[in-house]
Design a protein around this ligand. Structure first.
Ligand SMILES: *Cc1c(COP(=O)(O)O)cnc(C)c1O
Length: 382
């Protein structure tokens, strides 16, 4: 018996014009980490985000977070507060700067940084005479964080926000685009994100001089001199003009791909409305609009009688990829010494949550195969 083809969690989905822009780069010999596609991709993103955004295209989202921390003057032994429930790339750049991460729990509505836990952390740190240099807050799976509440707490203590919008391009909160809420914001265009440049990222700021400083640091921090002169440590973090060409093509289909991902999410929401003990991550109210980069569920093992790992294995047996939710950073061996403020929300999500195939390129037959596994696995409400 031949195995059915693999259904991926989220795979690249080309729009059609990507190769045209890449071909242009070859035709004009802009095969370099600068050129018309880099400029074009940046202005596409600036137009999309609006709100006076200035965008620096970089080699990855991780590089963008690293530069954001440098621009906020994060130095060795400084403290940076970070959402615990996230991908390690949100936190690793804190360690690149030899700074100390302090992790904060999520709230159960959006699964992102809990404003109350953040307040508790900042209050406790201030009592110890410590003021963090930055707060890294994340819009996980495309779901916007509680932007107003987090901003109010951050402002109360005078700490800037690094908005990790790697998963949330096209999501909005109160009509404003994710990627415009941070003092500095970042995007990712890695292979499995809502749009991809094969690998890439961006730093977003309302200030033109921040963008220019980011580009300066991303291109080895060369001083203005005919020879190579350096007064600061630089990095090689600029986006390739080839990759930026892919990005320009992807920007043409971003809105379409968001609506396709939201359709996939509607399928899961409809399906699980008939299953007791399973909840789908959905917008808490009309203030939130998620790109639904990944659709994610939480299984109550007592009600369902089976665990999320049982479901993951059932899907795997049918050659369908699914993945447990992010393992919180404070539970990671590499960050086990770090402080943590919270009440078990992220731990419970990790124990019981699963991301399901969510690509904008999922075919109807593939949805049918996923549904078949669910039908065999769950008992429907009577
Ligand atoms: C993907 C991702 C990043 C890192 O982006 P890269 O482009 O892969 O370096 C950072 N934070 C979150 C939440 C991500 O999902």
């Amino acid at each position: 018996m031949t195995q059915p083809s693999k259904i991926w969690l989220s795979s690249p989905h080309m729009g059609g014009n990507e190769q045209k822009y890449v071909q242009e780069a070859f035709d004009t010999n802009w095969v370099a980490p600068l050129g018309p596609n880099v400029n074009g991709f940046e202005s596409d993103l600036e137009n999309f985000l609006g709100n006076g955004s200035h965008v620096a295209a970089l080699s990855s989202g991780t590089a963008a977070i690293h530069l954001a921390l440098i621009l906020l003057d994060v130095k060795p032994s400084d403290i940076v507060v970070c959402q615990s429930f996230t991908f390690s790339a949100s936190a690793n750049p804190i360690a690149y700067q030899c700074a100390t991460p302090v992790f904060v729990d999520s709230e159960p509505e959006t699964w992102n940084m809990c404003p109350k836990a953040l307040d508790e952390a900042l209050l406790d740190l201030s009592k110890k005479g410590k003021k963090p240099k930055a707060i890294v807050a994340v819009h996980l799976y495309g779901m916007p964080f509680k932007a107003d509440e987090l901003r109010a707490v951050a402002d109360k203590y005078g700490v800037p926000i690094v908005e990790d919008s790697a998963e949330a391009l096209g999501s909005t909160y109160k009509g404003r685009k994710c990627g415009t809420f941070g003092d500095i914001s970042i995007l990712s265009f890695n292979g499995n994100k809502i749009i991809t440049t094969s690998g890439g990222g961006a730093l977003v700021s309302k200030h033109k001089n921040i963008k220019e400083k980011a580009v300066f640091l991303a291109t080895q921090a060369r001083d203005n001199a005919p020879h190579y002169q350096h007064s600061e440590i630089g990095h090689n973090y600029r986006l390739s003009n080839i990759c930026a060409g892919i990005g320009r093509g992807q920007m043409e289909v971003l809105e379409k791909h968001i609506s396709l991902r939201r359709k996939v999410n509607s399928f899961y929401s409809d399906y699980f409305s008939a299953i007791e003990g399973v909840t789908v991550l959905t917008e808490p109210n009309a203030d939130y609009f998620s790109n639904h980069w990944l659709s994610a569920i939480v299984i109550d093992p007592i009600v369902v009688g089976k665990t999320r790992e049982d479901l993951r294995l059932a899907l795997e047996a049918a050659n369908i990829e699914s993945r447990p939710l992010w393992k919180p950073m404070h539970l990671q061996p590499v960050f086990s010494e770090s402080d943590y403020y919270g009440t078990n929300v992220s731990e419970t999500l990790f124990d019981n949550g699963l991301c399901l195939p969510s690509g904008s390129n999922l075919q109807i037959e593939e949805i049918e195969r996923i549904k078949q596994v669910f039908d065999d696995f769950f008992v429907k409400k009577m």
